[in-house]
Design a protein. Structure first.
Lengths: 532, 291
């Protein structure tokens, strides 16, 4: 009973802390938007090439389930991840570490809090589904058909996402941006694998629900069979896309045929989630900083030695150790003028500092590879080269709040006009250098659109990073959005192509958007400066 | 060189003011700010450092409104906040170079100034090591160094000796004394002995209002002949606490030596002793009607 009480208090405090954050409101807005697009048919499930279900409660519920699995499975991880990290940075963790609180209980509390946040999103979708169904009134309303896939499929999947967030936070090197990066690629690979099943709707073949973590195969198999019943020519399969064109080849679908296996499989995934939480407890260092990097350890030793000598001095009585008088020569009477080049170099150093030799080696390797490859390969290498500095780009716009240097940095003269351009320019230079090989290739090949797109991208990327960092006070929004965006570039989706990699790239729109983003970042920073 | 503060107020919520109708005229010297937690010291300092905008009132630096023209003051301002961080991947030296660039110092002045400051704050040996490995006291000394980078005319230091060992505290006091001649230094601290050693003026705040502003000598005069000391049995201590404000209670072999403020001798055996700043501070804060 006492354990349950501790668990409840732990999860409640963490949950309340999150719900009072700006990012929670952002998540709610995202969920409402997801719900609207799903219920209005803009997010669309299909049986390839273009067979679509008639809109009814079951179809809306399943579409919402697929949408929420994809979007909250991806963004939700970034939204809920960070609560263990917060206990590290705020120092609350050190206080917790001195209590009898066990590792599994702590991790379970964090998981419960993560899960509650994501579960709220699912329940908002249920409510929105009901509302949309009543407003649109296109089919008779069936609450069970609408809510069952969300509750029985999406909810356990959210439990799994919540557990992955806890697992990533329990491992030191996965806690930061590298973990965000790894999760993105793992998630995309897992979802692509789940959607790419070739046996959906095949005669005599049934889906194994125990490997279908997101439930896409259960839904995909059901709609494939429903499509084949009306259109015998349909070969089956499952696709999910955004579309505003009215569907023509419609078929009725009355929802998932629930079986005992499906129920058991969803319970199985909740157990897997709990297993991951227990695994996290094994990795979790319980806020013990003894596992520091060797350099830090060495430094600690030296500090300890120094502290010992100073403590000894203190013990001997400070009067016995006369402190030499401290003198400073005055600066020249005329106050020096601001030098942008000096600040730019300082910002560049700060931007790149902390990267190891292999980081530079890979960056240079990518530039050389761009120079030596064919044009198509160069475009892919350019995307990789621009993904490479994602973790340092993620620090733009919120570094001062992250490291708590706001007060000393913002009390310097003209913090907006001096510092913001220097910081932005340092990121621009890094992006330009990272893609310099491709620029040379494009120039030599006379690829005008690619050159213009390249220039746009070098302006757009730092502007987007700066804007999102300033607005959200975190690197997560940029890291999540940027990685997805770069993934869409590899899929050659023209409307997202800010870099001129496809012939239909609307690069000029992104050039304009870059200017808007810079202006918005400056406006947000100005407001932060004014509010103190 | 003059800092004029008039009717300065900061409202955080509808029913809560961090600072209310605060007036002060300051010239060169070390001005100590004393007050309990939540008195408004940090709020005042943040507004003077141009970080926080006042809700009401005016702050003039040599006649210029710093809310309208903050950069005039920022060019000659050194600020050490109560809580601040550093960039862990930069070395102490690199961080100071970065701050020098932000403050607009030219390379030669910055280099010389940083070299001197590293000596002054006793960080020469660790200057080329990443800040991520510094102890709390070492980070505090980096903070002190960055505040002094531009040879500020107005130096605002909020709890500067927190985390410093006794030797470094003495070093910092000496530094403040050396610097105080030709600039305004605003020093907030809970350590009254730090102020006794350095302050030329003291301001006592409570609940967002100014209770007293005077030179230390004048403050001590307020309680002249009103501080008493004697020894009582330890069993009488709770009753005495109910009756008087205790400045100190020190256990001795023959009982507890107590020190209280009272207009007349509290007990026949009580002896009058010279007041100290701690007596004045406690008396003012505890007898303040709003406390």
């Amino acid at each position: 009973m006492k354990t349950l009480r501790i668990l409840y208090v732990l999860a409640r405090a963490d949950f309340l802390e999150r719900t009072r954050r700006y990012s929670f409101l952002l998540m709610l807005a995202l969920v409402v938007w997801i719900g609207y697009l799903s219920a209005s048919g803009q997010f669309r499930m299909r049986v390839p090439p273009d067979y679509t279900g008639m809109v009814n409660s079951a179809w809306v519920g399943a579409t919402m389930t697929v949408t929420v699995s994809f979007l909250l499975g991806w963004v939700g991880f970034y939204i809920v991840k960070g609560s263990v990290g917060r206990d590290y940075t705020t120092g609350v963790g050190q206080i917790m570490a001195t209590t009898p609180l066990s590792r599994p209980l702590y991790m379970l509390g964090k998981w419960l809090s993560n899960f509650t946040v994501l579960a709220i999103a699912v329940f908002i979708l249920v409510l929105e589904g009901i509302l949309m169904n009543l407003v649109l009134g296109r089919a008779s309303f069936n609450l069970l058909a609408l809510a069952a896939p969300l509750v029985l499929i999406a909810l356990p999947f959210m439990g799994l996402i919540a557990a992955f967030a806890v697992l990533f936070e329990s491992v030191d090197w996965l806690r930061g941006g590298l973990g965000n990066l790894i999760y993105f690629f793992l998630f995309i690979a897992a979802m692509a694998g789940s959607a790419a099943s070739t046996t959906l709707g095949a005669p005599g073949v049934t889906v194994n629900p125990f490997v279908d973590f997101a439930g896409w195969q259960i839904i995909g198999d059901g709609i494939s069979r429903a499509a084949q019943a009306v259109y015998p020519g349909a070969t089956g399969g499952f696709a999910f896309s955004i579309s505003s064109v009215p569907a023509t080849k419609l078929f009725p679908w009355n929802g998932i045929q629930w079986t005992a296996d499906i129920f058991l499989s969803r319970l199985f995934f909740i157990l897997i989630a709990l297993g991951l939480v227990m695994l996290s407890a094994l990795f979790f260092d319980r806020f013990d900083s003894a596992g520091l990097a060797p350099m830090k350890k060495q430094m600690k030793k030296q500090v300890k030695k120094q502290k010992l000598s100073s403590d000894l001095a203190a013990d001997a009585g400070i009067a016995a150790l006369p402190v030499p008088p401290a003198h400073l020569t005055h600066l020249p009477a005329g106050r020096p003028h601001f030098r942008f080049d000096k600040l730019f170099m300082a910002e560049l150093k700060l931007f790149l500092k902390g990267q190891r030799w292999w980081w530079y080696t890979i960056a240079i390797g990518l530039v050389i590879a761009q120079l030596l490859s064919g044009l198509e390969a160069t475009r892919i290498l350019l995307i990789l080269a621009w993904i490479w500095p994602v973790l340092i780009l993620g620090g733009l716009g919120w570094r001062e709040s992250h490291f708590d240097t706001r007060q000393i940095v913002f009390s310097a003269p003209r913090p907006l006009l001096n510092q913001l351009p220097a910081t932005w320019l340092s990121a621009f230079v890094v992006i330009a250098l990272a893609g310099s090989g491709a620029l040379v290739r494009f120039l030599l090949a006379g690829e005008t659109v690619s050159v213009l797109g390249w220039i746009t991208a070098t302006i757009f990327i730092p502007s987007l990073a700066f804007f999102l960092g300033t607005l959200t006070g975190s690197s997560k929004a940029f890291e999540a959005l940027y990685l997805l965006w770069m993934y869409l570039l590899t899929q050659k989706m023209s409307m997202f192509d800010f870099a001129g990699l496809t012939p239909q790239s609307p690069w000029f729109l992104y050039a304009l958007l870059s200017l808007v983003l810079i202006a918005l970042a400056a406006f947000t920073r100005q407001r932060q400066l004014r509010s103190g | 060189m003059k800092l004029s503060i008039s009717s300065l107020s900061k409202q955080y919520r509808r029913d809560f003011w961090g600072l209310r109708d605060f007036d002060l005229e300051l010239g060169p010297g070390v001005i100590g700010l004393l007050g309990p937690n939540g008195a408004g010291k940090s709020t005042l300092m943040r507004m003077l450092a141009t970080i926080t905008r006042p809700t009401e009132g005016v702050v003039l630096w040599n006649g210029v409104d710093i809310v309208k023209s903050p950069d005039i003051l920022r060019a000659v301002l050194g600020y050490l906040p109560q809580d601040f961080g550093v960039y862990p991947n930069l070395t102490g030296l690199e961080f100071l170079e970065y701050m020098a660039a932000i403050k607009g110092l030219d390379a030669r002045s910055a280099r010389r100034r940083i070299e001197e400051l590293l000596v002054v704050v006793n960080l020469v040996d660790v200057a080329k090591r990443p800040l991520g490995g510094y102890s709390g006291g070492m980070k505090q000394r980096v903070g002190i160094a960055q505040a002094l980078l531009n040879d500020p005319q107005l130096l605002i230091v909020d709890e500067p000796t927190v985390g410093l060992d006794p030797e470094e505290r003495v070093r910092f006091r000496n530094l403040l004394s050396d610097l105080s001649g030709e600039r305004i230094i605003l020093l907030s601290t809970h350590i009254v002995s730090d102020l006794e050693a350095t302050a030329t003026e003291i301001v006592i705040l409570n609940q967002g209002r100014k209770l007293q502003h005077a030179a230390p000598e004048k403050m001590l005069e307020l309680l002249k002949g009103r501080v008493w000391q004697w020894i009582i049995p330890s069993t009488e201590l709770p009753a005495l606490k109910q009756k008087y404000v205790l400045s100190s209670a020190v256990r001795r072999a023959d009982g507890i030596q107590v020190r209280v403020v009272s207009d007349s001798a509290p007990e026949p055996e009580a002896q009058p002793i010279p007041p100290c700043l701690e007596d004045v501070y406690l008396q003012l804060v505890t007898t303040d009607g709003t406390h």
